[in-house]
Design a protein around this ligand. Structure first.
Ligand SMILES: Nc1nc2c(ncn2[C@@H]2O[C@H](COP(=O)(O)OP(=O)(O)OP(=O)(O)O)[C@@H](O)[C@H]2O)c(=O)[nH]1
Ligand SMILES: [Mg+2]
Ligand SMILES: [Zn+2]
Ligand SMILES: [Zn+2]
Length: 409
């Protein structure tokens, strides 16, 4: 029996126990269409901003016992019109029509304001559709009308118009709007079949951590996450700002309390009872340095952060990940005396460090809201997600140690 995790409120339920929403459109064998009704549960979940009118929607129903969906649809018992829309039992949010048919993996993207979260998701999805997708024989598709619209807008702004994303809304509402993608990877024993996974991303604003209502939703989201990507903006680290300002570039950001955000993530997971061995949390944590294009002058010439990893054979190479891990870890230790790494080592049992540039080059001087003239030319943007997918057993890994699982190198 497939369990479905609601990507909006994170409640878990068996797919067969989910109600359906009538389309309220008429056209069935019974002449009258069902009247829409006020969905007070959904209205309360969405908060006052949506307005009472928007909460008037098709009525919910449970299909008759033993009735199987045909073509993903079941008929409404009152108007007989088939509907594909399944709904969360707890918050009454509609799921995209094929969301319930695949396993889902929730990826939490966490970081201070302006760390580069929205740019990261947009460029990452673009790369999964093109270069990376091609290498791993992967395909991604936005699921549901909301994600499709936002995905199209973000992609058009960044790739066609050269505009960086607007700052993400800091209201609690932002957490109600996950980005849902269907990721299709080769699967099955001989790699002949296809395995579909629903990827749920939250592009939350840093300030979502404040405010009690936002906080509850945020912790629910972290606790449900199968993997966390914690983004660290080197330009918000005081020592990096100092080093770089000596050579001149204008730095647009004020330092943010990135250490505190890292500490908050662990505290919130613990408050939800998530624990692993020895008191350390088990959720895999990818710590990723963003905007590495800006710190190029501080990197050694042979640094693995200068170029993309090669995955020619559709396999992740552990040796490459470890080289990046060591490099970023030692950079961070040099920059803050090791405070962040020590804290994360104490709190998490599965941590890997990454570094990427979503743009490949800084935005034009004096115009941080514009993409570089050639458009985004990302470096290593895919590494954190690919590692998290591999940790879930969704991608093959070439291990460096013959005693460990996977393909030996
Ligand atoms: N140099 C460089 N700058 C970047 C990169 N990615 C993002 N930026 C800069 O960082 C700014 C913020 O990026 P966003 O993606 O909006 O960051 P965010 O974390 O979503 O920001 P909020 O939603 O406001 O919290 C952009 O306007 C760019 O100026 C990158 O790869 N390199
Ligand atoms: Mg944003
Ligand atoms: Zn829900
Ligand atoms: Zn009906």
């Amino acid at each position: 029996m497939t369990d479905v995790i609601c990507p909006y409120c994170f409640a878990r339920a068996a797919a067969s126990a989910l109600p359906y929403r009538c389309l309220s459109r008429g056209g069935g064998s019974v002449s009258r269409a069902c009247d829409p009704v006020r969905d007070e549960v959904w209205e309360a979940f969405k908060g006052p901003a949506i307005g009472a009118q928007a909460a008037v929607r098709g009525p919910l129903f449970h299909p008759r016992r033993g009735l199987r969906p045909r073509g993903g649809r079941v008929p409404c018992p009152d108007c007989a019109v088939p509907t594909p829309t399944r709904v969360c039992k707890e918050c009454h949010s509609d799921f995209p029509s094929d969301y319930c048919d695949q396993e889902s993996r929730i990826i939490a993207l966490v970081g201070a304001v302006s760390v580069g979260k929205s740019t990261c998701v947009t460029v990452l999805m673009h790369e999964l559709r093109h270069r990376v997708g091609h290498t791993f024989r992967a395909a991604v598709a936005a699921m549901g009308g909301d994600t499709q619209t936002r995905d199209r807008d973000l992609e058009r702004d960044l790739y066609d118009l050269g505009l960086m994303p607007d700052p993400t809304t800091t209201a609690a509402r932002a957490l109600n709007d996950p980005l849902l993608y269907r990721l299709s990877l080769p699967g099955g024993r001989r790699g002949t079949g296809t395995r579909h996974t629903a990827l749920v991303f939250f592009d939350a604003a840093g300030e979502d951590l404040s405010g009690i209502e936002a906080m509850n939703r945020y912790t629910g989201y972290l606790a449900a996450a199968d993997g966390i990507i914690l983004l660290i903006d080197p330009l918000q680290l005081p020592s990096v700002r100092e080093e770089l300002s000596a050579s001149g570039p204008l730095l647009p950001f004020e330092p943010a309390p990135q250490q505190r955000i890292a500490a908050d993530v662990a505290t919130q997971l613990r408050s939800h009872g998530r624990r692993g061995s020895g008191g350390r949390l088990h959720t895999p944590l990818a710590v990723a340095l963003t905007k590495t294009d800006m710190v190029r002058p501080l990197l050694p010439a042979h640094s693995p952060l200068h170029a993309n990893a090669r995955h020619d054979d559709g396999v992740l190479h552990e040796s490459d990940r470890l080289a990046v891990h060591e490099e970023v870890r030692s950079l961070l230790i040099g920059w803050d005396g090791g405070e962040l790494c020590r804290r994360l080592d104490r709190d998490f049992s599965r941590v890997s460090y990454f570094g990427f540039s979503a743009l490949g080059a800084p935005p034009p001087a004096g115009a941080p809201d514009k993409a570089p003239p050639g458009g985004p030319q990302p470096v290593r943007i895919e590494d954190p997600l690919l590692w998290l997918l591999a940790e879930q057993g969704l991608l093959p890994v070439r291990r460096t140690n013959r005693r460990t699982r996977g393909v030996a190198e």
